[in-house]
Design a protein around this ligand. Sequence first.
Ligand SMILES: Nc1nc2c(ncn2[C@@H]2O[C@H](COP(=O)(O)OP(=O)(O)OP(=O)(O)O)[C@@H](O)[C@H]2O)c(=O)[nH]1
Ligand SMILES: [Mg+2]
Length: 310
Amino acid sequence: MPEQRCAVVAVLGAPNAGKSTLVNTLVGAKVAAVTQKVQTTRALLRGIAMRGQVQLVLIDTPGVFAPRKRLERAMVAAAWSALEGADAIVHVVDAPAHAPREKLSGADARAIEDSAGIAATLKQRDTPSVLVLNKVDGVSRPALLQITQRLVEQGLYTDVFMISAKTGDGVEDLARTLAERAPESPWLFPEDQTMDAPARVLAAEITREKAFLRLHEEVPYELTVETEKWEERKDGSVKIDQTLVVARETQRKIAIGAKGQTIKAIGEAARKEMEAAFDRRVHLFLHVKVAERWSEERALYQRLGLDYEA
Ligand SMILES: Nc1nc2c(ncn2[C@@H]2O[C@H](COP(=O)(O)OP(=O)(O)OP(=O)(O)O)[C@@H](O)[C@H]2O)c(=O)[nH]1
Ligand SMILES: [Mg+2]
């Protein structure tokens, strides 16, 4: 029997860089919500990927940015906390956002600033970091070289990878390198497990993703999803009751939509994905509730594993 090896890998980067997409691709299953909006991931999520005798425990983190609100501060603190105990760090960068151009959008300028801050911080640490330029499907070769050059000057990386987390291009090269460097250690999880969170947490993430995708303006950021009930049925199906918590009555109306259309569409998309994820029939019931100060409630932070006082 070859020795077991295992590496804890923290996946860090600015909001929207593609961290969750990369973790899902490496795991080969959906473990983390992915949307085109920033601040999709709110807490640490572990995805587990096997490569031969090597187990990679990938920690998906919330994006690192300049936080203002309590929840944002807790998210960013959680992202940095993932570095504790990590054997390796993967710094994911949204390459198209960093491409040199005459005029940058505000969001791209922020992404560049956030990445530079991360590069500088990682440089102070002993844990080996690799730089991953993501979304190479959307950027030219010369631009990639310029972006790499700038970040390599700002940080200290053992390797640079150019990948598309979405198409999988280059992802196995990265996996191989991470696996090669994994220290000898017993696996932390059974080899057929793909994530560490319980199914009801994944169910809440799935619904939150569908709601994020369908709701616009400020609603997604002021929304959270709780799995209230999980009832196993004799026929092998499961009945799941979830509450979408929003901060205002107007948001409740938007989430429900005319004749309940919006919530119905969110529920249908979520149910389909849950059936695939749990490999069984799902009866999903969604409720919408207003709790003005949910993002200030201590219990929420505890459930998400976030630090209320961060
Ligand atoms: N074109 C392209 N899009 C990608 C790629 N990887 C991720 N995306 C898209 O980028 C957006 C953000 O992806 P996420 O995986 O949610 O990004 P994240 O870094 O986890 O974002 P936060 O959790 O909000 O910090 C989504 O719309 C993805 O589909 C890629 O390789 N190519
Ligand atoms: Mg994410």
